[in-house]
Write a protein that binds this ligand. Structure first.
Ligand SMILES: Nc1ncnc2c1ncn2[C@@H]1O[C@H](COP(=O)(O)OP(=O)(O)OP(=O)(O)O)[C@@H](O)[C@H]1O
Ligand SMILES: NCC(=O)N[C@@H]1O[C@H](COP(=O)([O-])[O-])[C@@H](O)[C@H]1O
Ligand SMILES: [Mg+2]
Length: 415
């Protein structure tokens, strides 16, 4: 069987699964890798490998075994030095080995953005000891945000409001970091009006942008997002200028999720993913080509089409609060339509503790008046997500999500 390209996907979560679907539609063969079996992307890929991608030898062996045309990272926690070696030997690393190295840890990308490119960021210091954390907080002032340099989805992150909480935040960060560097960033807390992800595509044809995505996070983790989100043209163009500078510096082809805080007309660079972004799940319903389609097309060297919005849309996660092998989704078929508009639920098998067990996308039909921050109108969809612990008898509703997922929508286009 002939394929258009062979892709080794490093990380096989929900975002990886959607990427595999997009890449396979373009004729690619995809081998999905992660540290645990049965990961979402493995369920739809042509093959899979289970190993720690932070292990240099195992990572090199997987690349040598499969001889891919493209290595496509889906998470940060990868031994990226190995990718640089293979890039030097002719394997295409997406978007580039430099991009994966610079974004694996927050300190490197912060240096690129704040020092090399002079972009506006929060005030910050790095710390490797409690004493340095205290000095960092003295520099940023309180409240401040403490995050391990290697982590994602808010793991190990805390917002510290009083000096007494600094030690606990340091201990929490070190206990929840990825990788082997006990190093944190201490950041000034930005009391932003709203935050956005600017999906930025870098392809052979140049740099292009998707309409801005607004989102809400809790404890540093994604809850819901909506597209488009209203912002002034001056703020949008400031964000686009900064995004262009960063992606041109990182190089390579693919989609980047560039995160900004916006306060008044002040646009503050936060961080970026050199790949599809969780807040961009909304593009599965809002755009003619999703962030996964755009990533796949840019990587494979295909023309990147103009992005058109189908209407305002929102997406929300359904979070599971514990690891379980035995769970089921109930009732979501009944909820696949909603009186306030069209809502589409996508549910898939869970991943690890704190996992995303499913996603719901909402496509509101009515025009919705909204402000930044908590949105005025809520769409509710009861997905009836149930999870049963092995051997514990009947399934129980998830306490955290309560079997309910909330969608929020902004500036919906009336139909
Ligand atoms: N300095 C800050 N001031 C205010 N809020 C912040 C700050 N840093 C982070 N946050 C909040 O925490 C969220 C997660 O932060 P960040 O994106 O740095 O973490 P992450 O673990 O890399 O998340 P992900 O991998 O999901 O992008 C932000 O989207 C924002 O809501
Ligand atoms: N915010 C990043 C994100 O949502 N990433 C998605 O979740 C999985 C696990 O990530 P994790 O290691 O961050 O839990 C990743 O594989 C990716 O699909
Ligand atoms: Mg982030």
């Amino acid at each position: 069987m002939a394929f258009t390209a062979k892709i080794l996907l490093l990380g096989s979560g929900e975002l990886g699964r959607e990427f595999v679907i997009s890449a396979k539609r373009l004729g690619a063969q995809v081998i999905a890798c992660d540290s645990y079996a049965g990961a979402p992307a493995m369920q739809v890929a042509d093959g899979h490998e289970v190993f720690s991608m932070l292990d240099a030898d195992l990572l090199a062996k997987a690349i040598e075994k499969h001889k891919p045309d493209f290595v496509v990272p889906e998470i940060e926690a990868i031994r990226t030095e190995v990718l640089a070696d293979f890039e030097a030997r002719g394997v295409t690393v997406v978007p580039s080995a430099r991009a994966t190295i610079m974004t694996m840890n927050r300190d490197r990308i912060r240096e690129v953005a704040a020092v090399e490119l002079g972009l506006r960021t929060s005030r910050y210091r790095y710390a490797e000891t409690l004493e340095e954390v205290l000095a960092g907080a003295a520099h940023t002032g309180l409240p401040c945000v403490i995050k391990p340099v290697m982590s994602s989805s808010g793991k190990g992150q805390s917002t510290v409001r009083t000096a007494r909480e600094l030690e606990a935040a340091w201990t929490y960060a070190v206990a929840n970091m990825r990788g082997d560097r006990s190093r944190v960033i201490v950041e000034e807390f930005i009391a932003f009006d709203y935050e956005i992800t600017l999906l930025t595509v870098r392809s052979r044809e140049g740099v292009s942008f998707c309409p801005p995505i607004g989102h809400r996070q809790e404890r540093g983790d994604y809850q819901e997002s909506w597209q488009p989100t209203p912002m002034s043209s001056a703020a949008l163009s400031a964000a686009q200028d900064m995004a262009r500078k960063v992606v041109d510096n990182l190089g390579g082809y693919g989609i980047f999720g560039v995160e900004f805080f916006v306060k008044g007309e002040d646009v503050i660079f936060s961080e970026l993913s050199p790949r599809p972004h969780d807040t961009g799940m909304v593009t599965l319903i809002s755009q003619n080509f999703s962030e996964f389609d755009l990533h796949a097309r840019a990587i494979l060297g295909l023309p990147v089409p103009e992005v058109r919005l189908a209407g305002g849309a929102a997406s929300a996660v359904i979070l599971a609060d514990r690891e379980a092998d035995d769970f089921r989704f109930e009732g979501w078929q009944r909820r696949s339509r909603h009186p306030a508009g069209k809502s589409i639920c996508g549910c898939s098998a869970s991943r690890r503790p704190g996992p995303i067990a499913g996603w719901a996308w909402f496509w509101p039909r009515r025009r919705m008046r909204t402000r930044h921050g908590p949105l005025r109108r809520r769409l509710r969809a009861r997905c009836g997500l149930f999870m049963g612990d092995e051997g514990e008898g009947p399934s129980r509703p998830l306490p955290q999500a309560g079997g309910e997922c909330l969608g929020m929508a902004s500036t919906a286009i009336s139909s």
